[in-house]
Design a protein around this ligand. Sequence first.
Ligand SMILES: [Zn+2]
Ligand SMILES: [Zn+2]
Length: 383
Amino acid sequence: MTIASISNFRKTLHQFPELSNQETATAQRVLDQFAHFPPDEIHQNLGGTGIAFIYNGKIPGPTSLLRCELDAVPVQEANTFGHRSVHDGISHKCGHDGHMAIITAVGKKLAQNRPHKGRVILLFQPAEETGAGALAVIEDKIFKLIQADFAFALHNIPGHPLGEVFVKPGSFNCASRGMSIKLYGKTSHAAHPDNGLSPALAMSKIIQLLPKIPEQIDEFSLVTVVAATLGTLDTAGNAAFGTSPGEASIMATLRTTTNTSMDSMMKYACEIATQCATEFGLSVKFEWSDIFHACSNTQTGYEHVAAACQELNLACTTLTEAYRWSEDFGKLLDTSKEGAMFTLGAGLDSPQLHNPDYDFPDSLITVGRDIFLQIIRGINGIK
Ligand SMILES: [Zn+2]
Ligand SMILES: [Zn+2]
């Protein structure tokens, strides 16, 4: 498999993107590709559409796991190039096509050159974008067969110099989760709101108080109110002008540097909503979605990434602050003794992730492959 053919493979994945938990054709394409350089074991349907390819070493030793993601995002592609997405409203705007190409290129090298000790697992994980994929893989009964001592993953990062690496020990990216607060009062005639119980005031008070929670948390955290509705609209989007509302909902994204701070933030947010509901005689319910755990790199994991970059003469910056965005690799990393996530610059001029005109830069495929191989060389030993 030449560099041109791995880049063609990336472009084919780009052309046929699939949303989270629907990545069956993508998984099949990956399987077909690995048939050219067979591993020692293949585990399919991990947490849904996930696949793990295992390359065994000659003698016992540590297990290393490298993760990439199978899913694309619900964004309409604006690009007009030959490999543009053929699926309306879906495209690889997070560069997971490129991450898959990198791990596939690693597979090809490992097939020619098995690890000396232990084993290397290449995990193609489903549903990263919803935050549900890593958890589904971990909860799969097969997971115990691929439990690793070391886990690593990368994400490309536009707006940073092409091929430059960014990593840090400790907190690497934030925990985040969607919070839905539902308030219930009583509808009444708009001429007699006094006969009902409108949640309007409680709703506006909650919207003002939620963003103040970070003042009580002594590391970076953020509450972003993303949507709020009062009463109900008809199918044409018109308000019922004759009715004083009896229901309201507020949606907010909670974001914290660590999982511990997320526990505190959730507690504060529930307390605020409950107090406001009680003050206005309303009942309240909570729902949580899009749950991402924080990713916390271990010191040893960080050192493996930094040492690999040094060996390869790649610029590697040690970050001083964790990224604000979330990624579900943190959940997988928690199941390993050591490991790290790092980012790989996708170019200063690249459109941002999830932009309609974004496309993964193919020149990163060999850079990412060589970093992973160097990390494996340090842990498992390869020629
Ligand atoms: Zn994404
Ligand atoms: Zn992504």
